[in-house]
Design a protein around this ligand. Structure first.
Ligand code: NAD
Ligand code: MG
Length: 400
């Protein structure tokens, strides 16, 4: 029997690519979902549109000027949504008692505190913001276990693995009959480019992903394959899988979203059109199924599915992520923080594309071993890594 109770949802990062897709799915099921709060950094126009359509109780703008503008525009439009401002309000609308589910779709470390607040408050946490889990790892999973939160992956690969793993895996990976988790990767826009040609790649070229339309940061991460590296670490924490059991295979069509290989030779995969509304709808309704707006997969039309092994010389960021996962402690947090700084510098035209990996590698080498057993320790590791990464970026800056 479907649960007839309306689910109240907060969307962190509502104006982004995942946020917009989430509202698209929610808008198809007004009898199941109501929007409690929408949040954004500073995109006023999109937020006015979203508040007018979905009438949330709260809208949070992190930027104070944007909050002022939004308040005035919503008042003029006769919309009763209350506008809050500042980063602290993100955690408030994520943990509020009225909220059932939180879509964590802020990009980068900025999403850590509100996502952790949702986990600590025992919400159904729909996790798109992989950087939050990469940064806080054990701390985040402990918070989920302590509060009884329900953590569901939105990242298409992890959602596919979640759908393909046996329920016993997390309790006892050794006895579950799983041999490997196979994360698929598109290989991004430079899968076939000569490595020398990558020297002069521009931000727009890096963001032109062949299969997915996404925010600019994750698009660059997909081009360098740091996205897949972060996903290996994400899979480790989400499912409790050791690094040696997680493999990456390039699959340019992005139709198989990931697979689980069992010791009896069975491989279970989840397939679908590359559209994030599928994992979003899956996680929102789990364990039920709802219409996501995504059309049926036409395998005959696609006709060919191909696979390649990733070339670690072309994609050094993938090797760095495995290295950080194996090193443990703060290394994944350092990797993610250095990557955010390097990608931002690249997008601003201050760092060459090929230097992104160099900056991350140099930062990992320079940051000593740190424990990350509290939110404060995670934030300190993040801040320290950014400082070192910025120094490394300046040394390699294109303007010098
Ligand atoms: P995006 O850039 O399109 O949107 C980011 C959202 O976060 C926006 O609403 C923005 O206002 C908000 N935001 C940005 N900086 C902020 C800050 N400092 N404080 C508060 N809010 C801030 O990004 P996206 O592509 O939607 O990705 C969001 C997250 O989901 C990322 O972690 C990404 O890795 C993950 N993800 C995205 C996709 C995808 O298809 N786009 C797929 C899998 C995972
Ligand atoms: Mg993904």
């Amino acid at each position: 029997m479907p649960d007839s109770r309306l689910q109240h949802v907060t969307i962190l990062g509502a104006t982004g690519s995942i946020g917009v897709s989430t509202l698209d799915v929610i808008g198809r099921h007004p009898e199941r979902y109501a929007v409690f709060a929408l949040t954004a950094n500073r995109q006023v126009d999109k937020m006015v549109e979203q508040c007018s359509r979905f009438g949330p109780r709260y809208a949070v703008m992190v930027d104070a000027d944007a909050a002022l503008q939004l308040r005035a525009r919503l008042r003029a439009a006769g919309c009763a949504t209350e506008v809050l401002s500042g980063a602290a309000a993100l955690a408030e609308v994520a943990a509020a008692a009225e909220v059932d589910a939180v879509m964590a779709a802020i990009v980068g470390a900025a999403g850590l505190e509100p996502t952790l607040a949702a986990a600590r408050a025992g919400k159904k946490v729909l996790l798109a913001n992989k950087e939050a889990l990469v940064l806080s790892g054990q701390l985040f999973m402990d918070a989920v276990a302590a509060s009884g939160a329900c953590l569901l992956p939105i990242d298409s690969e992890h959602n596919a693995v979640f759908q393909s793993l046996p329920v016993s895996y997390q309790r006892n990976p050794g006895a579950s009959g799983v041999r490997r988790i196979l994360l698929t990767a598109s290989g991004g826009p430079f899968r076939d480019s000569a490595v020398e040609d990558l020297e002069h790649v521009t931000p727009d070229q890096a963001c032109a992903h062949p299969n997915w339309v996404m925010g600019r940061k994750i698009s660059v991460d997909s081009a360098t394959m740091m996205n897949k590296g972060l996903e290996v670490i994400e899979a480790h924490w989400l499912f409790g899988a050791p690094a040696d059991q997680i493999e990456v295979v390039i699959h340019p069509q992005s139709v198989i979203h990931s697979m689980v290989d069992y010791i009896d030779g069975s491989v279970i995969a989840q397939l679908g059109n590359p559209d994030m509304r599928t994992p979003i709808a899956h996680a929102l309704a789990w364990p039920e199924r709802i219409d996501s707006g995504v059309g049926a997969l036409d395998l005959v039309e696609i006709s060919r599915l191909t696979f390649e092994r990733p070339d670690l010389e072309r994609f050094p960021c993938l090797a760095l992520a495995y290295q950080a996962l194996r090193a443990g402690g703060a290394a994944p947090a350092v990797l993610s923080a250095a990557n955010e700084e390097a990608v931002a510098a690249f997008l601003d035209g201050n760092l060459g594309y090929r230097r992104i990996g160099d900056v991350i590698s140099a930062t990992l080498e320079r940051v000593g071993v740190m424990a990350v057993d509290s939110l404060e320790a995670v934030l300190a590791a993040d801040a320290h890594a950014r400082e070192i990464a910025r120094d490394q970026i300046t040394k390699r800056s294109m303007t010098r």
